[in-house]
Ligand binder design. Structure first.
Ligand code: HEC
Length: 183
């Protein structure tokens, strides 16, 4: 009798082991919580017949600006755009936010090679005659708006520096150029 019980326990254990084995690797044999496999909500990139275009995801409203990205620059890369910026575009950083140390640092990385450390137009590239026609900032009638426009788009032989600097950094450089001009 003892042996029979022992054998049947072994047999039961074997059956349990075999039936519990996943026969197909891809689909589970038993879904304990089917909602987890077959969600009732719409899939992100799935179909939703309620909407006209049939997409489950909504597109952002026209004119939406992603968080953390820059506001579009509304002045055009034209002489009119330059003139408009010169007149109307103001530095959004107030006196407590302007950081001349940071402005100087960025200026020395991106501008000194042509404009010189003092903005006198005698940068290393000019001294080595690699680049000509760099103006002294003091000789130009420039405003915070026009300096920003020139950083964004460049001017004649000067290229755009928009991609090297963030919006805030550009304004720090603008403040530093004005500082050089006034001293
Ligand atoms: C490769 C050389 C070069 C570099 C680098 C350079 N510039 Fe210039 N920049 C020029 C030249 C050339 C001009 C003259 C453009 C003209 O008026 O024809 C100029 C002109 C300017 C003017 C006067 C524009 C006006 O409205 O009259 C400003 C302001 C200026 N640059 C700022 C900067 C700042 C700020 C940087 C750094 C972010 C910089 N530049 C980097 C070559 C350079």
């Amino acid at each position: 009798m003892k042996k029979v019980i022992k054998n049947s326990i072994v047999l039961l254990a074997l059956i349990a082991l075999i039936t519990s084995c996943d026969r197909s690797k891809r689909t589970p044999n038993l879904q304990y919580f089917p909602n987890m496999y077959e969600p009732v909500s719409y899939e992100t990139y799935g179909v939703n017949p309620i909407y006209e275009n049939g997409m489950a995801s909504r597109l952002p409203v026209a004119g939406t600006i992603a968080r953390g990205s820059e506001f579009p620059f509304e002045y055009e890369n034209t002489i009119e755009g330059y003139d408009l910026a010169k007149e109307a575009l103001k530095n959004p950083l107030d006196s407590t936010m302007v950081d001349l140390k940071k402005g100087k640092q960025l200026y020395e990385i991106y501008c000194t090679s042509c404009h010189g450390t003092k903005g006198e137009g005698q940068g290393e590239l000019v001294k080595r005659e690699k680049f000509l026609g760099i103006p002294k900032f003091k000789d130009r009638e420039i405003t915070e708006g026009s300096i920003y426009h020139v950083i964004m788009y460049g001017k004649n032989m000067m290229g755009s520096h928009a991609s090297q600097l963030t919006e805030e950094e550009r304004w720090q450089v603008v403040a530093y150029v004005q500082e050089l001009r006034n001293n």
